[in-house]
Design a protein around this ligand. Structure first.
Ligand SMILES: Nc1c(/N=C/[C@H](O)[C@H](O)[C@H](O)COP(=O)(O)O)[nH]c(=O)[nH]c1=O
Length: 363
């Protein structure tokens, strides 16, 4: 493997090991090499704390002088909660800087490189760029579109059913696959279901893994039919927000608010307007949303072109039944040429089940 890729891969692995603890900041890793030896290594650990380059520079000390620093994201040039990294790199006397990706924020992209080049430092950009961009897919989208990165998750039998015709759904996928879902829940700031799932499953929507972080729970409930003693209203295990259509029963709304539930009205007449939901979540700095919909909600987000990533779990089971619900309901598309195509598709096996990850091609 070429030397630059080797050290950048080390920096990327460092960054990735901090997944779930740097929000709303991106994952960033850095490695300093001098005379063929790694003399400093660092990762951004927590928003508001020093950046990856600063940790690596502190570890390297004088051994950084004349060396090369690898960093997965363009060194910052602005005075955020910590001083600019580009200046720290110049002051430490580095000879070369290798960067995987430029800053996605259009306001600062390229500024860090300019500071380095003005100081006569040799700068190389684009090493392991795709992998470094991929690990910050959530941050990159949120910082550019000010809306949450949306992952659509479903678990179904091989014939696409999320429950039997009698609506029994316990369980489709095995324990290992369901644990994997809880890991994904823990990595997302918010989780969203339709009120149909609440009525049928009475879910907790918590991340039940060691050190799991419970996401904010969001329910689309156009006419506020959720029951006051459903778990996500009454259990206090995580915050719960409900989005409705226009003009809902003010008494029910007040009763829910009494229980600490936030209720947001959207402009939808009969159905909740999912575009309003996404806009409001962006305004409230929710940067990642995990949809465990039910088929109607899943279809609404898909048809609105708001799904950034799909994660589907398929159990090697067949349940059949014309009435059995599937994981994409709604109107659907008329012609096959209008199908939502998924790219960069990957299948992995989890126990007996299969996990498919793919990215809807943006039209
Ligand atoms: N029925 C299945 C799923 N069902 C997911 C439902 O949307 C609902 O979230 C759960 O049934 C209850 O949630 P909680 O565990 O109480 O938080 N999801 C899965 O991955 N596999 C399945 O077999």
């Amino acid at each position: 493997m070429p030397q630059d890729d080797f050290y950048m891969a080390l920096a990327i692995n460092n960054a990735k090991s901090m997944k779930g603890q740097t929000e709303p900041n991106p994952l960033v890793g850095s490695v300093i090499v001098n005379g063929g030896r790694v003399v400093g290594i660092g990762a951004h650990l927590k928003a508001g704390e020093p950046h990856a380059e600063i940790h690596a520079l502190r570890m390297a000390g004088d051994a950084a002088r004349g060396g090369t620093i690898y960093v997965t994201l363009e060194p910052c040039s602005h005075h955020g909660r910590t001083g600019p990294c580009a200046e720290a790199i110049v002051n430490a006397g580095l000879k070369k800087v290798v960067i995987a990706t430029l800053d996605p924020n259009p306001l600062v992209s390229g500024n860090g490189v300019a500071i380095l080049e003005r100081a006569g430092i040799d700068v190389k950009v684009g090493v392991c760029e795709e992998e470094a961009r991929q690990m910050n897919e959530v941050f990159n989208l949120f910082i550019t579109e000010k809306r949450p990165f949306i992952t659509l998750k479903a678990a179904s039998t091989l014939d696409g059913k999320i429950a039997t015709r009698s609506l029994d759904s316990k369980w489709i996928t095995s324990e290992e696959a369901r644990l994997d879902v809880h890991q994904l829940r823990s990595e997302n700031q918010a989780i969203l279901v339709g009120v149909g799932t609440v009525v049928e499953d009475d879910p907790e929507l918590t991340a039940r893994i060691p050190d799991g972080r419970n996401p904010l729970r969001i329910v689309l409930d156009s006419s506020l039919r959720i029951s006051l003693d459903s778990k996500i209203v009454a259990d206090g295990l995580a915050e719960t927000w409900i989005f409705t259509a226009q003009k809902v029963d003010s008494e029910k709304k007040a009763a829910l608010e009494q229980l600490g539930i936030s209720v947001f009205e959207t402009s939808g007449l009969k159905q909740v307007d999912v575009r309003d939901v996404v806009r409001i979540l962006g305004e409230k700095s929710i940067s990642s949303l995990f949809i465990e919909g039910g088929g109607t909600v899943n279809a609404a987000f898909l048809e609105a072109g708001l799904v950034d990533k799909t994660v589907f779990y398929f159990a090697p089971k067949l349940i059949g039944g014309k009435q059995a619900p599937t994981f994409i309901e709604g109107m659907g598309y008329d012609l096959m040429k209008d199908a939502v195509e998924l790219e960069r598709g990957e299948f992995v096996k989890i126990g007996k089940d299969f996990k498919f990850t793919g990215y809807p091609v943006k039209k």
